[in-house]
Ligand binder design. Structure first.
Ligand SMILES: *[C@@H]1O[C@H](CO)[C@@H](O)[C@H](O)[C@H]1NC(C)=O
Ligand SMILES: *[C@@H]1O[C@H](CO)[C@@H](O)[C@H](O)[C@H]1NC(C)=O
Ligand SMILES: *[C@@H]1O[C@H](CO)[C@@H](O)[C@H](O)[C@H]1NC(C)=O
Length: 371
């Protein structure tokens, strides 16, 4: 073989191997995101519910490019952590809200979002809002989606796609405290009859059943968020009249107690459910670090809501058309009295995708995708 034809053959081989590895990379990419949880990741389900918890009013969504700044039902100024993670892992479309009438056919192949503002692990959580989707119902809805995948791809391809190419994220628990256990009027019965231990036991027992049901429906790659430092949100700081650098003790203590039990539960499920991988997302430590070192991350405040009204931290009246809004939205850790800004979600999302074991264990999201 002459030198020229050798180079030609070598080039063809190189091209073939480049094409093959590009295909492999494509096949390695994330197929679908299935997103469960509360307002931290709701992408519009509550728009379709008669509920007092709504975010499809301006100025929510003002920095959300895909809607050109119009509200979508996301409880923040831009993207949620769910959106950011999907994007970073290579998805070209956001998971669609289950309740949207046009979330049908091929639109569901990138994933479906079941999250609902006000929702929790326990069925009673969030009844103050009249309506919301709790975790039991969100999983009933995934059961419907699961059958739609069988129709779209055929049963064996669908099973493979759900097991290998899909990530199931669950961001829930805050409302079980904020809008159930800690609520003065509605839950007074529960608080008198239940110790924090018994209440957390109840949450863990239900979550175990819920995650096991998802496993029975072929979910294998999971990421479960712990509960953040809910005693540090502008709402809690305002109603408890504490100073800028303080957080409210009881909500944080309850979160820490639940988080310890959650970590054990996920270890148990990793051992007991063959072929499953459950990641523990340590949002509590991530957000605490962000709140403590906000200046280092380029924020000007971690105590005051950008959009909201009432008290020192604009933390009483939720964000809406009549709220005052800050001018530098990306310099606030909190968008409203309860939820992080898009800028904060970006910091958190990046650490969950590529971060180390302090924040995401036993591996990070990129490694989970590539399993
Ligand atoms: C569904 O309708 C909404 C609102 O009209 C639109 O923004 C969205 O892009 C549509 N989604 C799909 C998957 O067609
Ligand atoms: C929660 O509510 C749903 C729907 O109403 C119901 O199917 C489910 O059994 C309930 N779960 C519990 C634990 O009560
Ligand atoms: C899914 O729905 C079917 C009925 O269509 C039911 O028999 C099955 O138990 C459900 N599975 C789960 C895990 O909820």
């Amino acid at each position: 073989m002459g030198t020229k034809s050798f180079i030609f053959v070598a080039c063809v081989l190189l091209l073939i191997s480049l094409t093959l590895s590009a295909q492999a990379a494509d096949e390695k990419g994330l197929g679908a995101s299935f997103i469960f949880g509360d307002s931290l990741v709701d992408a519009g389900n509550n728009n379709y519910l008669p509920t007092l918890s709504k975010a499809n009013i301006p100025p929510n969504g003002i920095d959300f490019k895909a809607s050109r700044g119009n509200p979508t039902g996301r409880y923040t100024n831009g993207r949620t952590i769910g959106d950011i993670v999907g994007e970073e892992l290579g998805q070209t479309h956001y998971a669609v809200p289950f309740l949207a009438p046009n979330s049908t056919g091929k639109a569901i192949l990138y994933g479906v979002n079941y999250a609902s503002g006000g929702g929790g692990i326990l069925n009673a959580t969030g009844r103050i809002f009249v309506n919301r989707l709790g975790m039991d119902i969100q999983i009933d809805y995934f059961n419907i989606t699961r059958k739609q995948f069988d129709k779209l791809l055929g049963p064996s391809k669908a099973k493979e796609y759900i097991m290998k190419k899909s990530i199931f994220s669950v961001t829930v628990g805050s409302n079980d405290f904020l809008n159930n256990y800690l609520l003065p009027v509605l839950s007074i019965g529960a608080r008198i009859s239940q110790s924090p231990d018994a209440f957390v036991d109840d949450m863990i027992k239900h979550l175990r059943e819920q995650l096991t049901r998802l496993y029975q429906l072929d979910a294998r790659k999971f990421v479960i968020s712990n509960v953040g430092p809910i005693g540090c949100i502008p709402y809690q700081k305002t109603i408890n009249q504490i100073t800028k650098d303080q957080c409210v003790d009881l909500p944080n203590k309850l979160a820490v107690q639940y988080n310890g039990r959650l970590k054990d539960l996920l270890a148990e499920l990793n051992d007991n459910l063959p072929g499953s991988t459950f990641l523990y997302a340590n949002v509590y430590d991530l957000v605490s670090d962000l709140i403590t070192n906000y200046e280092k991350y380029g924020f000007s405040t971690a105590s005051k809501a950008c959009c909201g009204n009432g008290g020192q931290f604009a933390g009483i009246i939720p964000c809406g058309p009549t709220s005052s809004m800050c001018s530098e939205r990306s310099s606030h850790v909190f968008w409203d009295p309860y939820h992080p800004s898009e800028a904060a979600n970006l910091v958190l999302g990046k650490k969950l995708i590529d971060g180390d074991q302090r924040y995401i264990s036993p591996m990070n999201l990129r490694q989970l995708r590539d399993l």
